[in-house]
Design a protein around this ligand. Structure first.
Ligand code: FAD
Length: 120
């Protein structure tokens, strides 16, 4: 079997921005690619809400759809307009999935996103 440390490294080094949050989207973990994409390091963003990344120009209906989907234990995939620490806007292609405890209840959420601004 693979050593546990290898799973940790896989997440740390994955070439996609990964964050793990509590059920209210407060950020508990970010990987290196998250820092590369957003400009925020762990000390700056841990404990803050994912809404910190929002450019506030995405229609509210999209956030409603996002929460409606993930709180029903489904995976949400969509695009949001985000803002880096230094203010630069970018288009985020994002997958958000619930994580489950041993009883099957939602314990956390995992978010994975890429900057797809160039693709448009
Ligand atoms: P909010 O007040 O946070 O929410 C807007 C609407 O969302 C509310 O009216 C409600 O309908 C719904 N909502 C919010 N919180 C909850 C909740 N706990 N349960 C049920 N419904 C709720 N947003 C981004 O803009 N960019 C990102 O990259 C991003 N990544 C995310 C990653 C993860 C893993 C998760 C879980 C969420 C992410 N979000 C992201 C969503 C973010 O948490 C905010 O909901 C969103 O940015 C809107 O923020 P707001 O302050 O404008 O409004």
């Amino acid at each position: 079997t693979l050593p546990f440390s290898l799973f940790v490294k896989a997440v740390e080094q994955a070439p996609v921005a990964i964050s793990i949050t509590d059920k209210k989207a407060n950020i508990l973990y970010i990987n290196q690619a998250f820092t590369d994409v957003t400009g925020y390091n762990a000390a700056e963003i841990l404990g803050k809400n994912e809404s910190e990344l929002s450019d506030k120009s995405t229609p509210r209906q999209i956030y409603y759809d996002l929460w409606h989907t993930i709180s029903r234990k489904q995976v949400w995939h969509g695009q949001l307009v985000n803002r880096q620490k230094m203010g630069q806007r970018y288009l985020a292609d994002l997958i958000i999935a619930p994580m489950f405890d041993d009883r099957g209840a939602i314990s956390h959420y995992i978010g994975m996103h890429r900057d797809v601004t160039q693709a448009h």
